[in-house]
Design a binder for this molecule. Sequence first.
Ligand SMILES: [Zn+2]
Length: 187
Amino acid sequence: MKTPAHFFDLGGTLLALDDHNEIALDEHGRVAILPGVREHLAALAGTPVFVVSNQSGLAAETLDTFRAQLTAGTGDTITGYAICTHPRDAGCGCRKPRPGLVLSLAETHRIHLAGSTMVGDTETDRQLAMNAGIGHFAWAADYFRTSPATSPGSVEPADHRVAGFGRCGEEGADEGRRRTEGPRRQR
Ligand SMILES: [Zn+2]
């Protein structure tokens, strides 16, 4: 039996961006969790929730810092992270909008993608949903503006938590059908 999941982009969706479209950090190195995120993630507690992000070249320690702050700020509701840290032009199969990260998570966690939801803030995220066969896509600005719907069963304890970041390792696997990336930022 496969389970539907929610997939979230990171920068611009869960965390605020700075003027350079990088994840914003204050003078103490703290991220800013965007309005509505805590409430919505709390409503999804007990269901599979994944963060899927392109963070080209970002150090593992920095990613750990983001994860720790998100975990502390959202009540430990995120099941797992899948981050592509490959260079933009590496041609890996996991850089969004290529579907590698999502397909890997779906395989590991037995996720029903057609019944799942992707939430993002860029065209890249929308294309990822299409490429991976995720059934629903929501723009972050719309999704987090409304109050989360509360449903029975959404407060069960999570038993599907995973430690650490999912890492992609499919260098060049998707070379034959590389896409020309559009002018919008690819996050
Ligand atoms: Zn990658």
